[in-house]
Design a protein around this ligand. Structure first.
Ligand code: NAD
Length: 454
C-alpha cells in the first residue's frame, strides 16, 4: 500500500500521510458495496429517509471541524469551507425527502395496468476532483444513496481529508456498513478500477475534460452509465445598459473565488465597448480591494492555489508578452500564492482567453452589440456557466436563451443551488446533478404490464 502526504497549500508544509488503496483493496470494497446493495435497496423508504436525515444532522454538528479540515487540506477560505460543509448537509436533507417520493407512473393501456418503477442501479462510483472536495462528493453520494444505491467514492489524491471524515460520520449516523465507502487512491488505479469493474454500474465523474473523455470511452465497454461534470470557460457578459457599478463589484468574486479553481469561474469578461472604460476603472478598484490572505482568516476572500503543480500550470498562462491590465495582491512567504490578474485579450485565439486556466486569471474582451456578445460567448468548446448583466429585460431573456451553457445568472453571478439542476453543454459535461431530476441519473425506469384479462 502506498501513501500520499497531504500538503497545506497556504504554507507548503506537510499535514498528514494518507494510505492509498491498491487494486485488490479497491475490488474488495466494491464487492462489499455490491453485497450491501442487496439489503440497502430493501430498507423501507421511510427508514432510508431517516438515515439520510440523521447523516445530515451529524454533518451539521461537525460543520466547523469539516471546514477547518478543508482550510488545512485545500487552502479554501474559512467562509467558503463552512458553506461547503453546509452544502453537504443541505444536499443530504434535500434528497432525504426522495425515498418516499420516487414515484413511477400508471399509464393507460388496454386489457391491463401499466406501471413504471424507479429501480436503483447498484454500486455507484463517484470520482471527485480537488477543487470542491465536499460539495462535489455530496452531489453524487446523497441522491445515489437516496435512490437505494450503494456508493464507492474516490476523493482526489490531493484532497482526501474531508471525504474520509464524511465516511466516518456516515457510520456514526447509522448508515449500514458497506453502503457508503470512501476509497482514497490514485485516479489511474482506484478511479480506473471503478470504470473497469463490472460490479460498478455507474460512474459520476467531475474533473478535467481530458480524463472525462477517457472515462466515457472506458464506460462504453460495459455500456456503463456515466454522468460527467467537466471544465468551463464561462463568460461574464456586461451590457452598457447594466448597473455597471454592481457588475464591476461582483466580477472579482465571479472569477477569483476559490482562487479561480472553479469550473463555473467567469474567466472571460465580455464588456460592451461604450462601457469599457467605466467598467475597467471600477473593476480595478474592486480587484485591488479583493482580500487574498491566509485562508483561516474570516476576512479572506481568496486563498492559495491547491499545489505547486497547479501554480506552475497557472504561471504558464502568463507569457512575457501578456497584456496585464492590473493585478491584485498576494501574501509573501511560503505557500502556492498567485495574485488575481486581469489580462486584456488581443484575440479570441489567445491561450489565456480560450483555455480553462483553473487559476485567478481573467481575460477581458470588448464587444459591439448583442449579436457580437452572443457569438463571442458561444465561441468555446465549453458551456457550463455564465452571467448576463443588463437592465433590458427583453435582452436578458434573449441572451440567456442564446448562450449555450447549462447554468446562467442574470444580474448575478450565482450559479449553484442544491435544488436546481447543474451541468454543462458541449464539452462541459453530460447529464445534470442536483435538483429534482438528478434522481433519474441514479435509477433505471422499469415498465411492467399486468394483464387483467386472465
Ligand atoms: P482530473 O480530471 O485530473 O481528476 C479528477 C478526478 O479523477 C480525481 O479524483 C482523479 O484522481 C481522477 N482520475 C484521474 N485520472 C483518472 C483515470 N484515468 N480514471 C479514473 N479517474 C481518474 O481533474 P482535477 O485536476 O482533479 O480537477 C480539475 C478539473 O476538474 C478542471 O479541469 C475543472 O474544470 C474540472 N472540474 C469540473 C467541475 C464541473 O462541475 N464541471 C467541477 C470541478 C472541477
Amino acid at each position: 500500500m502506498s501513501t500520499y502526504t497531504v500538503i497545506n497549500p497556504a504554507t507548503a508544509s506537510p499535514v498528514k500521510d494518507i494510505s492509498m488503496a491498491d487494486l485488490t483493496q479497491t475490488d474488495a470494497v466494491i464487492a462489499k458495496a455490491h453485497k450491501a446493495f442487496e439489503t440497502w435497496r430493501k430498507v423501507s423508504p421511510g427508514d432510508r429517509a431517516k438515515l439520510l436525515r440523521s447523516f445530515a444532522r451529524i454533518v451539521d454538528e461537525h460543520i466547523e471541524e469539516l471546514a477547518l479540515l478543508e482550510v488545512l487540506n485545500s487552502g479554501h477560505t474559512i467562509g467558503n469551507a463552512r458553506w461547503e460543509a453546509g452544502n453537504v448537509r443541505d444536499v443530504l436533507n434535500y434528497y432525504s425527502a426522495a425515498p418516499e417520493r420516487l414515484f413511477g407512473r400508471q399509464i393507460p393501456v388496454p386489457n391491463g395496468i401499466d406501471i413504471t418503477f424507479k429501480e436503483p442501479l447498484g454500486v455507484i462510483g463517484v470520482i471527485v476532483p480537488w477543487n470542491f472536495p465536499m460539495p462535489i462528493a455530496g452531489w453524487g453520494f446523497a441522491p445515489a444513496l437516496a435512490a437505494g444505491n450503494t456508493v464507492v467514492l474516490k476523493p482526489a489524491e490531493l484532497t482526501p481529508m474531508t471525504a474520509i471524515r464524511l465516511g466516518e460520520l456516515a457510520k456514526d449516523a447509522g448508515i449500514p456498513d458497506g453502503v457508503f465507502n470512501v476509497i482514497p487512491g490514485k485516479g489511474s488505479i482506484v478511479g480506473d478500477r471503478f470504470v473497469t469493474n463490472p460490479l460498478v454500474r455507474k460512474i459520476v465523474f467531475t474533473g478535467s475534460t481530458q480524463v472525462g473523455k477517457s472515462i466515457m470511452k472506458g464506460c462504453a465497454d460495459q455500456v456503463k452509465r456515466v454522468t460527467l461534470e467537466l471544465g468551463g470557460k464561462s463568460a461574464n457578459i456586461i451590457f452598457a445598459d447594466a448597473d455597471i457599478e454592481k457588475a464591476a463589484a461582483g466580477a472579482p468574486g465571479a472569477v477569483f473565488d476559490n482562487a479561480g479553481q472553479d469550473c463555473c469561474a467567469r474567466s472571460r469578461i465580455l464588456i460592451q465597448k461604450s462601457a469599457y472604460d467605466k467598467f475597467m476603472e471600477l473593476f480595478e478598484v474592486a480587484v485591488k480591494k479583493f482580500r487574498v490572505e491566509s485562508p483561516d482568516l474570516d476576512t479572506a476572500e481568496m486563498g492559495p492555489l491547491i499545489s505547486k503543480g497547479q501554480l506552475d500550470r497557472v504561471q504558464e498562462y502568463m507569457p512575457d508578452q501578456s497584456k496585464i491590465a492590473f493585478t491584485g495582491s498576494k501574501p509573501t512567504g511560503d505557500g502556492f500564492w498567485f495574485a488575481p490578474t486581469v489580462l486584456m485579450a488581443d484575440s479570441t485565439n489567445d491561450r489565456a482567453y480560450r483555455e480553462e486556466i483553473f487559476g485567478p486569471i481573467v481575460s477581458v474582451m470588448a464587444f459591439d452589440d448583442e449579436e457580437d456578445a452572443i457569438k463571442l460567448a458561444n465561441d468555446s468548446e465549453y458551456g457550463l456557466s455564465g452571467s448576463i448583466w443588463s437592465r433590458d429585460i427583453g435582452r436578458a431573456v434573449r441572451v440567456s436563451r442564446a448562450v449555450e451553457a447549462g447554468n446562467l445568472s442574470v444580474n448575478s453571478n450565482s450559479s449553484v443551488r442544491y435544488w436546481t439542476p447543474f451541468g454543462g453543454y458541449k464539452q462541459s459535461g453530460l447529464g445534470r446533478e442536483l435538483g429534482p431530476d438528478a434522481l433519474d441519473a441514479f435509477t433505471e425506469t422499469k415498465n411492467v404490464f399486468f394483464d387483467t384479462q386472465n
